[in-house]
Unconditional design. Sequence first.
Length: 525
Amino acid sequence: MTKKELLKKLSDLEWEDFEVKAAKSTIPKDVWETVSSFSNSFGGWIILGIQQKGKDFLIEGVNNAEKLEQDFLATLRGGQKFNIPILPNCKFYKIGDKKVLGFYIPPSSKKPVYYNNQANTFIRKGSGDLRASSEEIDAMFRDQSFGVKTSEAVKNTSVTNLKSKSIREYRDYMSRFNPTVGYNQKELDDFLTSMRVIDSSSKECTVAGLLFFGQRNQIEKFFPDFRIDLLEIPGTNYGDSLSRYTFRLTEDDYENLWEAYFECFKRIRKVVDIQFQLSNEGFGEELSTGLKAVREALVNMLMHADYYAQSCPRVRIFSNRIEFYNPGGLPKLLSELKEKDLSIPRNPILAKLFRMVKLAENAGFGFDKMEQNWKDYNQTTPEYDMSFDSVIVSMQLKTNTTKDADVHSSIDWKKGFENITELLNSTPEFNLDRLRGIYGVFTGYLRGIYGVNDKIINESLSEREGNVLLLIALFPSITRQEMAKIVGVSISTIEKSLQRIRKLKLITRVGADKTGIWKIVKQKE
């Protein structure tokens, strides 16, 4: 940091990577907290000889700068006060007739870094040093084995703990989208050991293999709260949202990471490029730059997450952005990962499994490609919120000309569903996928126009009943036979759903059975 950069820093209100200390003749005691927090976070500068008073900074300088520098370096490098040696970069500044010392504390690869005892472990939050919790310290210890934990074999497991359907679908996907790779020619047992899904020595599942292909009940023996969260929120934040969410991915929707990827992508693609006809796999030449960017963000989240953390990977789809929350920090500064195109995966087996089916980059974290694709899509770049134990990637969605406050009372959500013949001539699987794509906006329509409360929408209605109600809203004259054909169930099943919806007093029939229409009932205040 140059003298000019130092003086510019002093004009800012707060810094995550910069701390000033008054140190006229001795090293201040609270400097050790900052050394610990910078070491455990992303590094930063400690400046001795400047005192902060409110928003003002007084350049007081230090006496006997050489001795102060030697004492400080000896303490950090000696290995007695701190649990590991710390090797800072030093800088000497002369501002007027004052002498100022600067020390850059690098981020450590051997976290947690603490002084005297483990209770004195600090992390950086904003411009302050906070004592780390026991959970945060545990996360740092896991980071010491970055790239190792999920490669370990899981005791008392075998190939029988994996979901054979997921493995078949993965191999079929690989044969279609990476046909020249040699893994396609291997027999199943050889394939699983070569991909390190099964440990070659013990014949047990690796942690990554179990997470990627496992049966849910088997995964939950080792990860009791295994889940990938996805919520669709009808607003720019929870404060202006009509409800907490209009859709939430449930644990019944997927069993493992391979299935979770498809379920997440299915929801995300609806808000990025609904005009594109896409494969369910989220892969193909028809992918727009926007979809390529969100796919990269989604896969990065799944393959670099810390699955031992208390929180889970989470996607939140707001009306103006998509947020990908990844428990687990980066192994190095983002700038260094991008500059050197480093590939240091937290979970190397997961990374390989995604790469082998062309769903992830072969090198690095893919930040540059993700950023460029998103910029090409809507002229914005992703924003990052980094901490030592998590990463949030936020991607702004294209501006909608309809005001957010009015979107749920608009009939625009019906666009593309004017002709029932199209649904009658399509497969039920395709129809259900399309209906899911507008269900979140439809539930907002139910709230805004008909006053249906959240408890009925989120708890009382099953997915099938919700689809029946949606079809009634789209086509009031629809018949039971047409509903059954569109969603692929029997007429008697449709009748049961209609009885249930009628019991909830959400619909009524107007006119005769053959010539009448369905009507959604406005709820009483």
